[in-house]
Design a protein around this ligand. Sequence first.
Ligand code: PEP
Ligand code: MG
Length: 759
Amino acid sequence: MANDTVVWLEEVGKEDIAIVGGKGASLGEMIHAELPVPRGFAVTAQAFRRFIDENDVGERLFKSLEVDVDNADILREAEKEAKKIIMDAKIPADIEKSIRSKYRELCKREGSEVFVAVRSSATAEDLPDASFAGQQDTFLNIKGETNIIEAVKKCWASLYGARAIYYRVKQGFDHQKVNLCAVVQLMVDAEKAGVMFSSHPSTGEPFTIIEGAWGLGESVVSGSVSPDYYVVDKRNKKITDRKIAIKNIMHIKDPETGKTVELPVPDGKKNAKVLDDDEILKLVEFGDLVEELYGIPQDVEWAIKNKEFFMLQSRPITTIKKKTETKEKIGTSSILDGLGASPGIAYGEAKLVADGSELGKVKDGDILVAVMTTPDMVPAMKRAGAIVTDEGGMTCHAAIVSRELGCPAVVGTRKATSILTDGMKITVDGEKGLVFEGKKEVEGAKATTPEKSMSLSKAKPVTATEVKVNVSIPEATARAVETQADGVGLLRIEHMILGLPKHPKQYIKEGKADEYVNELVSRIQVVVDAFYPKSVWVRTLDAPTDEFRAMEGGEGEPIEPNPMLGFRGIRRDLLDTEHFALEVRAFKEIIKRGYNNMGIMIPLVQHPSELKRAKEFMRSNGLDIDKIEVGIMVEIPAAALIIDQFIAEGLDFVSFGTNDLTQYTLAVDRNNQHVAHLYNELHPAIMKLIEHVIIECNKAGVKTSICGQAGSNPKVAKRLVELGITSISANIDAVENVRDMVARTELQLLLKGARERKG
Ligand code: PEP
Ligand code: MG
């Protein structure tokens, strides 16, 4: 068998990692264990090696990779050159013949020409089980012999993608010794699909957690739809939790083109449960079998078609926290301190990241260390066990995103990048804002939440004051929904835009405004859909020029001495109406798609004329603002002081943006770690402004809310409930505590009232 260049998956097993890589070997093992894995074949690592040797391109290929990988431009050039060498070479005739005949055989077995996925499974000659997960590409929905040959070559070429080259150099792998097996596997046209953790992903306890949605699993994996959520106690096979989500969209394969398309879920299925009890328990059984096979808890991708179950992939869960892990006491004093921006403790290897080209360095559980995080770092932030930055305050990009991801973070340490070095083992306490060398038991800090997307929840108290949640990146939606918040009090669209590959102006310049609007709509829709029918206040653009300038095509952003006092918020939209019009188009499309739970919130207003002009603009661009809630953020003291004039202009709600209200009231730049000690959201001047606004709004019947960081502080929440605020919108990690405090405060007020009436 070892001499064969193309082998059936059922012919391989764990001893064949050197031939078919980790993924191929694991699929083979699962087939032997009679788990329902889609069948297929593997074009082996040896086939790849012969392809290189017989085309005599090795020397040229490996020479082209000898570059300075820290230079992003040079690295991209190397990628181009190496991929061209692969794509121009010809697969040896006998190998091509075997691929074609195996595919024909697969089609014969299935009774028709089939769609397949071509997945990469890399292996190193001297270290066969080294993990190269996620470094190479997968090609879905491929049909026809010639297309498969092409996809195998593309899969091989992906071994020379910039990310993969970078990763190997930094990990000390010799390019010449890494080979790539291409796994060609039947596609499953799933009717329903999702992911399953065979044990609790955080604690390792015997609970199976399953998420599922209609159609292909990619909507669950990518987070574009909020899936149903089921928890099963494995000890007695009892389903202990079941949350049925509203599933408005699904992804399916277009039978003609083979392309994945997004469709609305038929009305009858939107609120219907995806899995019945038998299916849930059957999946649990499969989860147990896979866990038993590998001896450790697994993260499995599953699919169901015509009542048939499929296990598409399985990998070990790496986020389980061993009980003993933080027990070992070492040095008692921290080596760095900063602001505890996102709670939790993590221990791992420091990885210093200078810019986007270095993200491959950060593997699951590593500690990402940077001067400051930027939006293109979000994929690495998702993998990171914790984040430590030199710069920033509690409301900087790193702080906001890490809180949403549930990833512990310490920001504003000033010197993390000079004190920490690559590979150094450190413990991060995101609660207290401390970093220790080595493994450290941290007393009094909350346990970390490494599962990032799932948690077992307790019953929530009902509160008269609504407790909502803030969302900035669509990936955080599932976690936000899990908080059972009463809606979204702030959806920051600039974070969604910062996650796009290029600046909005670049889309406009390339004549792709429609594409841009679609991107915006799909991201907003994820949140509006997940929370439906609860309200979601979408904020119009509040783009700081410094962050937008870093995007492709963002060179035109003005250079400002102080971006915080500059071209952002509604003042920007009122000057750059070309962009404002695109936002309005996106809002209209959301309404057209049937969502009536969206409100519009206008940031950084300082005079009622801005509110007036914004409303007029939206109206004249066809948005029926009488049918939706429109409000302003109170972030500038001027707006608080003349709130009566805003009320007279007409608005449904106000929301305190205390991040800005604090910096503008106290003259403290919120992102400047040198003055962070003066940044105090509880300053009496700020509380006085807030009190004034709540009193005036309550008189006029205008709703009041808070979406700044201060709202996540239970002590502030208590005060605001006493003042009569209508809702509080907190960060994901703070919702539960804030809700408890709101409930308690409301009861205290009731009790006090009752006692006063009695006495
Ligand atoms: C605020 O200023 O409090 C706020 C919520 O807005 P941002 O942090 O996005 O400026
Ligand atoms: Mg603000």
